[in-house]
Design a protein around this ligand. Sequence first.
Ligand code: PLP
Length: 449
Amino acid sequence: ELLPRLDPDEVRRLDRAHVFHSWSAQDLIDPPAIVSARGSRFTDHTGREYLDFASQLVNLNLGHQHPELVEAIAEAASRMTTMAPGFAAETRSQAAAMTADKAPGDLDSVFFTNGGADANEHAIRMARIHTGRHKVLAAYRSYHGGTAAAMALTGEPRRWGSEPSFTGVVHYWGPYAYRSSFHSDGEEQECERALAHLRQTVEVEGPGQVAAIVLETIVGTNGVLVPPDGYLAGVRELCDEYGIVMIADEVMAGFGRAGEWFAVDHWDVTPDLITFAKGVNSGYVPLGGVIVSGAIRETFGQRSYPGGLTYQGHPLACASAVASMRIFERDDIIGRARSLGEDVIGPGLREIAQRHPSVGDVRGLGVMWAVELVRDRETREPLVPFNATGSDAAPMGEVAAACKKSGLWPMVSGNRVHVVPPLTTSPDEVREGLAILDEALSVADAHTA
Ligand code: PLP
């Protein structure tokens, strides 16, 4: 027996003894063991079943244990499990060609990575070499990954623990009409003012010094901030004016999550580099990458690109990406994502909002939504303070606990509950989850003014 089975108690005991967990104080956590998972549901060691409204880490676009995806991975393992990146490999070639085909404009080559953080690392490296410039502008309220450069790009508290680090990153404010940094009176003004602020930032940093502007096309963990119409086109124009590389981080928003292959497709904007991971293969095998424009590819036509990874473009990971994209095409997963958002999640959340004084704002696209909770709808005071910990964060913990108790696994971030189930979740399952959320929000209402 090469893979002995353990009972869940033993799984938990060994975890506590030997697994060092991310973003956690090791002695203060008690992770449940998951004993089975299928579709949009998983079951823990106590036998409680949850509807997965988080898609794990917003990566499980095709749900748990998609039978054909699992089968394709087994088939690929039997054909060729691994092969160094220097060789042309069947599934790598296919995954790159298919990804390039889905990507906008002349983004035709793919530098594969193991996940999202390293995709952003390499995007920055490419932009710096391509432009011969050093500075990189990245947004506050962003997350770009847990490695050095990706952490430095990140514009939220997860960065604080690893500073000082990578040099040359300057942060700016992106659009967020509900909590405008620009005192705007709505989406249109927010767009104008956010663009004016970005332009001013570029100008004072020195346009000739700026290699790249990095942004999440739709800000994910920091609030599902959908950019107002015109914002991305404005960033594109600014980049063109000053020869700056536009990098769209689509690690979360890409591959159908926002109801398009890439979220930029909503606004017909073509960045110079797109980074992806998560939804490309639902994380069944780790995979990410950078999709590269013709001009940047050209920079490395005759000179060597200084970077690589032992496992990049791993044949097994690429096989799962190919199979996943084929399932997307065959089952119209993008269309399903769009209609889940437009017909079920959006209307459902707006209706819930009417019943709960704690709901300040509802926003999203595709299967990427946030419910922002407040103490007071008039003042918009958040239900918990920014970066709340301990007892300050308790109201959100209570909402999460109420969801879990009723069989819903929520994604809670700051003062928001994000609604991000697998794209394959049925409308009835989504309604079931929304009903649980609806009930759980009465816990938040109790904390309102
Ligand atoms: N970029 C965005 C927008 C993300 O949401 C994440 C992960 O949550 C990352 C980058 C980092 O990806 P990974 O954890 O695969 O390195």
